[in-house]
Design a protein. Structure first.
Length: 270
Protein backbone atom coordinates (compact mmCIF):
# COMPACT_ATOMS: atom_id res chain seq x y z
CA UNK A 1 0.00 0.00 0.00
CA UNK A 2 1.27 3.49 -0.84
CA UNK A 3 2.36 5.72 2.04
CA UNK A 4 -0.41 7.90 3.49
CA UNK A 5 0.22 11.48 2.32
CA UNK A 6 -0.21 13.79 5.29
CA UNK A 7 -0.75 17.55 5.34
CA UNK A 8 -0.13 19.58 8.48
CA UNK A 9 -2.35 22.60 9.11
CA UNK A 10 -0.48 25.16 11.21
CA UNK A 11 2.81 23.43 10.37
CA UNK A 12 4.99 26.13 11.98
CA UNK A 13 3.21 25.88 15.35
CA UNK A 14 4.44 23.94 18.39
CA UNK A 15 2.33 20.89 17.55
CA UNK A 16 2.81 21.38 13.80
CA UNK A 17 6.57 21.01 14.14
CA UNK A 18 6.25 18.04 16.46
CA UNK A 19 3.89 16.34 14.00
CA UNK A 20 6.42 16.81 11.19
CA UNK A 21 9.15 15.15 13.27
CA UNK A 22 6.81 12.28 14.19
CA UNK A 23 5.78 11.72 10.55
CA UNK A 24 9.45 11.54 9.56
CA UNK A 25 9.99 8.74 12.10
CA UNK A 26 6.80 6.77 11.31
CA UNK A 27 6.70 4.09 8.60
CA UNK A 28 3.74 4.19 6.19
CA UNK A 29 3.29 7.98 6.20
CA UNK A 30 4.89 10.80 4.26
CA UNK A 31 4.78 14.55 4.91
CA UNK A 32 3.23 15.94 1.73
CA UNK A 33 2.03 19.48 2.50
CA UNK A 34 1.68 22.13 5.18
CA UNK A 35 -0.12 25.43 5.55
CA UNK A 36 0.07 28.45 7.83
CA UNK A 37 -2.12 31.46 8.59
CA UNK A 38 -2.01 34.31 6.08
CA UNK A 39 0.90 36.62 6.94
CA UNK A 40 2.95 33.94 8.71
CA UNK A 41 6.69 34.29 8.05
CA UNK A 42 6.78 30.52 7.37
CA UNK A 43 4.84 30.86 4.10
CA UNK A 44 7.04 30.10 1.10
CA UNK A 45 9.73 28.52 3.26
CA UNK A 46 10.63 24.84 2.98
CA UNK A 47 8.22 22.73 5.06
CA UNK A 48 10.97 20.44 6.33
CA UNK A 49 13.23 23.31 7.32
CA UNK A 50 10.37 25.06 9.18
CA UNK A 51 9.89 21.89 11.21
CA UNK A 52 13.62 21.32 11.71
CA UNK A 53 13.72 17.98 9.86
CA UNK A 54 15.81 19.07 6.85
CA UNK A 55 14.84 20.20 3.35
CA UNK A 56 11.81 18.45 1.82
CA UNK A 57 11.43 20.46 -1.39
CA UNK A 58 7.83 21.36 -0.47
CA UNK A 59 6.89 24.97 0.34
CA UNK A 60 4.58 26.01 3.19
CA UNK A 61 1.39 27.47 1.66
CA UNK A 62 -1.29 29.83 2.93
CA UNK A 63 -3.94 28.35 0.63
CA UNK A 64 -5.55 25.56 2.63
CA UNK A 65 -7.28 24.17 -0.48
CA UNK A 66 -3.87 23.56 -2.09
CA UNK A 67 -2.78 21.61 0.99
CA UNK A 68 -5.92 19.43 0.91
CA UNK A 69 -5.43 18.80 -2.84
CA UNK A 70 -2.11 17.08 -2.14
CA UNK A 71 -3.01 15.05 0.97
CA UNK A 72 -4.88 11.88 1.93
CA UNK A 73 -5.13 13.11 5.55
CA UNK A 74 -4.72 16.51 7.21
CA UNK A 75 -3.76 16.97 10.85
CA UNK A 76 -5.20 20.20 12.29
CA UNK A 77 -3.71 21.67 15.47
CA UNK A 78 -4.46 25.35 14.81
CA UNK A 79 -7.31 27.52 16.13
CA UNK A 80 -11.12 27.06 16.09
CA UNK A 81 -11.78 29.42 13.13
CA UNK A 82 -9.15 27.68 10.99
CA UNK A 83 -10.38 24.23 12.08
CA UNK A 84 -13.88 25.10 10.80
CA UNK A 85 -12.57 26.07 7.36
CA UNK A 86 -10.50 22.86 7.28
CA UNK A 87 -13.62 20.76 8.09
CA UNK A 88 -15.36 22.23 5.07
CA UNK A 89 -12.40 21.49 2.77
CA UNK A 90 -11.99 17.96 4.14
CA UNK A 91 -15.67 17.26 3.40
CA UNK A 92 -15.46 18.67 -0.12
CA UNK A 93 -12.32 16.74 -1.02
CA UNK A 94 -13.04 13.55 0.98
CA UNK A 95 -9.78 13.89 2.87
CA UNK A 96 -9.33 12.37 6.34
CA UNK A 97 -9.19 15.12 8.99
CA UNK A 98 -7.55 14.58 12.37
CA UNK A 99 -8.72 17.50 14.52
CA UNK A 100 -6.67 18.32 17.59
CA UNK A 101 -7.55 22.00 17.94
CA UNK A 102 -9.19 22.80 21.27
CA UNK A 103 -11.41 25.65 22.44
CA UNK A 104 -14.23 24.28 20.22
CA UNK A 105 -17.79 25.32 21.10
CA UNK A 106 -21.19 23.78 20.26
CA UNK A 107 -21.33 25.60 16.88
CA UNK A 108 -18.00 24.02 15.89
CA UNK A 109 -19.22 20.54 16.77
CA UNK A 110 -22.32 21.11 14.61
CA UNK A 111 -20.04 21.92 11.68
CA UNK A 112 -17.77 18.94 12.44
CA UNK A 113 -20.76 16.60 12.45
CA UNK A 114 -21.99 18.03 9.15
CA UNK A 115 -18.56 17.46 7.60
CA UNK A 116 -18.37 13.97 9.13
CA UNK A 117 -21.36 12.94 6.99
CA UNK A 118 -19.07 13.26 3.95
CA UNK A 119 -15.62 12.27 5.19
CA UNK A 120 -13.79 10.57 8.06
CA UNK A 121 -13.06 12.92 10.93
CA UNK A 122 -11.13 12.13 14.09
CA UNK A 123 -11.73 14.61 16.90
CA UNK A 124 -10.05 14.41 20.29
CA UNK A 125 -9.08 17.05 22.81
CA UNK A 126 -6.11 14.85 23.65
CA UNK A 127 -4.48 12.28 21.39
CA UNK A 128 -2.38 10.60 24.07
CA UNK A 129 -3.12 6.97 24.82
CA UNK A 130 -2.77 7.64 28.57
CA UNK A 131 -5.36 10.42 28.60
CA UNK A 132 -7.76 8.33 26.55
CA UNK A 133 -7.53 5.69 29.29
CA UNK A 134 -7.84 8.38 32.00
CA UNK A 135 -11.06 9.56 30.36
CA UNK A 136 -12.50 6.05 30.32
CA UNK A 137 -11.45 5.47 33.95
CA UNK A 138 -13.06 8.78 34.96
CA UNK A 139 -16.34 7.71 33.38
CA UNK A 140 -16.17 4.36 35.16
CA UNK A 141 -15.30 5.81 38.60
CA UNK A 142 -18.01 8.48 38.32
CA UNK A 143 -20.52 5.75 37.49
CA UNK A 144 -19.45 3.67 40.49
CA UNK A 145 -19.17 6.31 43.23
CA UNK A 146 -22.29 7.88 44.73
CA UNK A 147 -22.98 11.62 44.38
CA UNK A 148 -21.53 12.31 47.85
CA UNK A 149 -18.19 12.35 46.06
CA UNK A 150 -17.42 15.87 44.84
CA UNK A 151 -15.69 15.88 41.45
CA UNK A 152 -13.01 18.46 40.61
CA UNK A 153 -10.86 18.57 37.47
CA UNK A 154 -7.48 20.29 37.90
CA UNK A 155 -5.15 20.99 34.99
CA UNK A 156 -1.81 22.71 34.41
CA UNK A 157 -0.33 23.85 31.10
CA UNK A 158 2.53 25.98 29.75
CA UNK A 159 2.32 29.77 29.93
CA UNK A 160 1.43 30.19 26.22
CA UNK A 161 -1.87 28.32 26.32
CA UNK A 162 -4.76 30.63 25.36
CA UNK A 163 -7.88 28.65 26.36
CA UNK A 164 -9.03 27.49 29.82
CA UNK A 165 -10.02 25.06 31.12
CA UNK A 166 -8.13 22.85 28.68
CA UNK A 167 -10.08 20.84 26.13
CA UNK A 168 -8.86 17.71 27.91
CA UNK A 169 -10.15 18.95 31.29
CA UNK A 170 -13.55 19.57 29.71
CA UNK A 171 -13.51 16.13 28.09
CA UNK A 172 -12.76 14.63 31.53
CA UNK A 173 -15.63 16.63 33.04
CA UNK A 174 -17.95 15.42 30.29
CA UNK A 175 -16.86 11.83 30.93
CA UNK A 176 -17.56 12.25 34.66
CA UNK A 177 -20.99 13.74 33.92
CA UNK A 178 -21.78 10.92 31.48
CA UNK A 179 -20.71 8.35 34.08
CA UNK A 180 -23.07 9.96 36.60
CA UNK A 181 -25.86 10.27 34.08
CA UNK A 182 -26.16 14.06 34.44
CA UNK A 183 -25.98 16.87 31.90
CA UNK A 184 -22.49 18.37 32.04
CA UNK A 185 -23.41 22.03 31.44
CA UNK A 186 -25.98 21.96 34.25
CA UNK A 187 -23.33 20.98 36.83
CA UNK A 188 -20.10 22.53 35.50
CA UNK A 189 -18.53 25.09 37.87
CA UNK A 190 -15.93 26.85 35.73
CA UNK A 191 -13.70 29.09 37.77
CA UNK A 192 -14.32 30.31 41.33
CA UNK A 193 -13.39 33.72 42.68
CA UNK A 194 -14.51 35.76 45.68
CA UNK A 195 -17.45 34.82 47.92
CA UNK A 196 -18.75 31.94 45.86
CA UNK A 197 -20.87 30.32 48.57
CA UNK A 198 -20.58 26.68 49.54
CA UNK A 199 -19.96 24.07 46.92
CA UNK A 200 -23.18 22.90 45.25
CA UNK A 201 -23.79 19.15 45.64
CA UNK A 202 -23.26 17.39 42.33
CA UNK A 203 -21.18 20.14 40.73
CA UNK A 204 -18.16 19.25 38.60
CA UNK A 205 -15.57 21.93 39.34
CA UNK A 206 -12.63 23.12 37.25
CA UNK A 207 -9.32 24.76 38.15
CA UNK A 208 -6.66 25.83 35.61
CA UNK A 209 -2.98 26.54 36.39
CA UNK A 210 -0.61 28.12 33.85
CA UNK A 211 3.17 28.26 33.95
CA UNK A 212 6.52 27.16 32.57
CA UNK A 213 6.64 24.71 29.70
CA UNK A 214 4.29 22.08 31.17
CA UNK A 215 2.95 20.01 28.23
CA UNK A 216 -0.23 19.05 30.13
CA UNK A 217 -1.08 17.69 33.59
CA UNK A 218 -4.62 16.57 34.47
CA UNK A 219 -6.04 15.27 37.73
CA UNK A 220 -9.62 14.24 38.42
CA UNK A 221 -10.35 14.40 42.15
CA UNK A 222 -13.24 12.46 43.69
CA UNK A 223 -13.58 13.79 47.26
CA UNK A 224 -15.98 12.56 49.96
CA UNK A 225 -15.79 12.88 53.73
CA UNK A 226 -12.67 11.04 54.92
CA UNK A 227 -11.90 9.59 51.52
CA UNK A 228 -10.35 10.92 48.32
CA UNK A 229 -9.57 9.24 45.02
CA UNK A 230 -7.35 11.01 42.48
CA UNK A 231 -6.63 9.99 38.90
CA UNK A 232 -3.66 11.77 37.33
CA UNK A 233 -1.95 11.90 33.96
CA UNK A 234 1.19 13.94 33.25
CA UNK A 235 2.40 14.58 29.72
CA UNK A 236 6.16 15.13 29.61
CA UNK A 237 6.41 16.00 25.94
CA UNK A 238 4.12 16.94 23.03
CA UNK A 239 5.44 13.90 21.15
CA UNK A 240 2.77 11.72 22.80
CA UNK A 241 -0.01 13.79 21.19
CA UNK A 242 1.74 13.75 17.82
CA UNK A 243 2.22 9.96 17.89
CA UNK A 244 -1.46 9.48 18.73
CA UNK A 245 -2.59 11.83 15.96
CA UNK A 246 -0.48 10.06 13.32
CA UNK A 247 -1.73 6.69 14.59
CA UNK A 248 -5.30 8.04 14.29
CA UNK A 249 -4.69 9.11 10.67
CA UNK A 250 -3.41 5.64 9.76
CA UNK A 251 -6.35 4.01 11.54
CA UNK A 252 -8.83 6.23 9.65
CA UNK A 253 -7.65 5.03 6.26
CA UNK A 254 -10.54 3.26 4.52
CA UNK A 255 -13.02 3.90 7.36
CA UNK A 256 -16.50 5.11 6.33
CA UNK A 257 -17.40 8.79 6.88
CA UNK A 258 -18.23 9.67 10.48
CA UNK A 259 -16.86 11.35 13.59
CA UNK A 260 -14.49 9.11 15.53
CA UNK A 261 -12.22 9.61 18.55
CA UNK A 262 -9.23 7.96 20.23
CA UNK A 263 -11.50 5.50 22.01
CA UNK A 264 -12.33 4.09 18.57
CA UNK A 265 -8.68 4.12 17.48
CA UNK A 266 -7.63 2.14 20.58
CA UNK A 267 -10.54 -0.27 20.18
CA UNK A 268 -12.04 0.69 23.55
CA UNK A 269 -15.44 1.73 22.13
CA UNK A 270 -18.26 0.49 24.35
P1 LIG B 1 0.62 27.18 18.32
O1 LIG B 1 0.07 28.56 18.49
O2 LIG B 1 2.07 26.94 18.59
O3 LIG B 1 0.34 26.67 16.82
C1 LIG B 1 -0.83 26.93 16.10
C2 LIG B 1 -0.41 27.20 14.67
O4 LIG B 1 -1.60 27.31 13.87
C3 LIG B 1 0.35 28.53 14.54
O5 LIG B 1 1.57 28.33 13.83
C4 LIG B 1 -0.62 29.40 13.77
O6 LIG B 1 0.02 30.36 12.94
C5 LIG B 1 -1.39 28.37 12.95
N1 LIG B 1 -2.65 28.87 12.43
C6 LIG B 1 -3.54 29.72 13.02
N2 LIG B 1 -4.54 30.03 12.17
C7 LIG B 1 -4.29 29.33 11.03
C8 LIG B 1 -4.95 29.25 9.77
N3 LIG B 1 -6.07 29.93 9.51
N4 LIG B 1 -4.41 28.44 8.82
C9 LIG B 1 -3.27 27.75 9.05
N5 LIG B 1 -2.57 27.83 10.21
C10 LIG B 1 -3.09 28.60 11.18
O7 LIG B 1 -0.29 26.25 19.22
P2 LIG B 1 -0.05 24.72 19.64
O8 LIG B 1 0.53 24.68 21.02
O9 LIG B 1 0.64 23.99 18.55
O10 LIG B 1 -1.56 24.22 19.75
C11 LIG B 1 -2.46 24.32 18.67
C12 LIG B 1 -3.82 23.75 19.07
O11 LIG B 1 -3.69 22.35 19.33
C13 LIG B 1 -4.40 24.37 20.35
O12 LIG B 1 -5.81 24.46 20.20
C14 LIG B 1 -4.03 23.36 21.42
O13 LIG B 1 -4.86 23.41 22.54
C15 LIG B 1 -4.23 22.07 20.63
N6 LIG B 1 -3.54 20.90 21.17
C16 LIG B 1 -4.24 19.73 21.14
C17 LIG B 1 -3.65 18.55 21.55
C18 LIG B 1 -4.42 17.27 21.41
O14 LIG B 1 -3.88 16.19 21.73
N7 LIG B 1 -5.67 17.31 20.91
C19 LIG B 1 -2.33 18.55 22.03
C20 LIG B 1 -1.63 19.77 22.06
C21 LIG B 1 -2.24 20.94 21.61
Amino acid sequence: MADLRIGIAGCAGRMGQMLARTIKDTPGVVLAAGNERPGSPAIGQDLGEVAGIGKLGVAVVSDAAAMFAGADAVLDFTAPVAALAHCQLAAERKVILVLGTTGLEAEHFTAIDAAAKRTTILQAANYSVGVTLLTELTRQVARTLDPDFDIEVVEMHHRHKVDAPSGTALALGHAAAAGRGVEHDAVAARGRDGITGARRRGDIGYAALRGGNVAGDHTVVFAADNERLELTHKAGDRAIFARGAVRAALWARGKPPGRYNMVDVLGLAR
